[in-house]
Write a protein that binds this ligand. Sequence first.
Ligand code: PMP
Length: 442
Amino acid sequence: MVESSLLKQIVDKEYPLATHGVGVFLYDQNGRDYIDGSSGAMTASLGHGLRDIAQAMKEQAEKVAFTYRTQFSNQPAEDLASQLTSLAPGDLNWAFFVNSGSEASEYAIRATVNHWRSKGQPEKVEVLGRHTSYHGMTMGALSMSGHEARRPDYGTLLHEFPTAPPAYAFRFGRPGESEEQYSLRAAQEFEDAITKHGVSTVGAIIVEPIVGAAGGVLVPPQGYLRHLREMCDRLDILLIVDEVITGLGRTGAWFACETEGIVPDMLLFGKGISGGYSPMAGVLLRDHLVSTMRDGSGVSPFGHTYSNNPLGSAISLAVLEYMDRNNILDNVNDRGRELHQGLLKLEKQFDFVADVRGKGLLWGFEFVRDKTTKEAPNPKENISSSFVDECFNQGLIVYPAGIAPLNNAIILSPPLIISQQEISKLLNRLESSLEKFSSRFN
Ligand code: PMP
């Protein structure tokens, strides 16, 4: 560990210094290697040290330092908007770029307000999220998030806690219930929460297609997103899908909502779009939203200083180009199957590992004290964080997730370029960490 006196950043604890990275490996100041098994925070999706991306950064930086969104457009941002809207499903034909997932959430709130005001229904300002969901740390984004651990300090600054339950079969599925039945019931529970709240002020709902940090990779039953789409149409509410984690290839498709064949009214992306080489995020909007705003109170001129900035856009274009040229989606699906098989083996091997779940290269599992009762560890034990530390000792980075006391989960989301050999190495280090950790469950 570094001397704390050398570090002047505000951090919750001392961390080693990362000096560099190569592919899926990170190195600290002592030369130790770590497999980046979570791509940082599901972000460094192409791994580290890619010359193609560094070159694109350099070329763009040499052209222009910065252009401001309300003074100039710039070619990389235009090209990025074109590429993303052509990759996205349906008529998500418009893009607005920001710098973080939280800002994307904030923009979605503002666009919701603007949309309904333009339609002459200014009372529809609320965006309802779900319990066990996360959309960012800024106050609007956190208001929509049902992440118990992150909210309590901010009390009345936040809106009401989201009450719609997650679609989470391991904990909320009923015995004998089919996937189709559960998808209908979970969607109905969302509708009940909206009805209880009062639908007239609800402008939109927001969901992660697969819940990330707040749940530990909760894959909803097949059909759930389709039922939510149908519900939103019926109740005249916008559907916002937060693909900050799941977008840009993470689940083996460009966007996770594609697998259900739905088109949300807004789609948020972030993290993997720039492969972590720069802050970058954004929102895709459907035609009808943009035309309503244009015909009504106008598209808001407000954004953020670095919205649509040329450097982040050039980097993101280089990421998309790299992914296309190297058939990264195929790799995600092939390596994803291997990771899944390896995790299932570990689930069998260790009594305290349960509910391996995920898609593509986004996987999670949770710790249980008893596989039959599914009892979660006591929150005071801080199991997920301790396991992250154990993995760190074994040279593996994993991501802590879940919301105690409901669950204690771990996310595995390695860079999308990971090789077969590296998947085996990751699984070996994970197995060693679980072996070391077994004593915690005796
Ligand atoms: N949405 C989701 C689904 C996220 O997982 C996150 C971050 N973990 C955010 C939004 C917020 O993104 P950021 O941290 O870039 O603000």
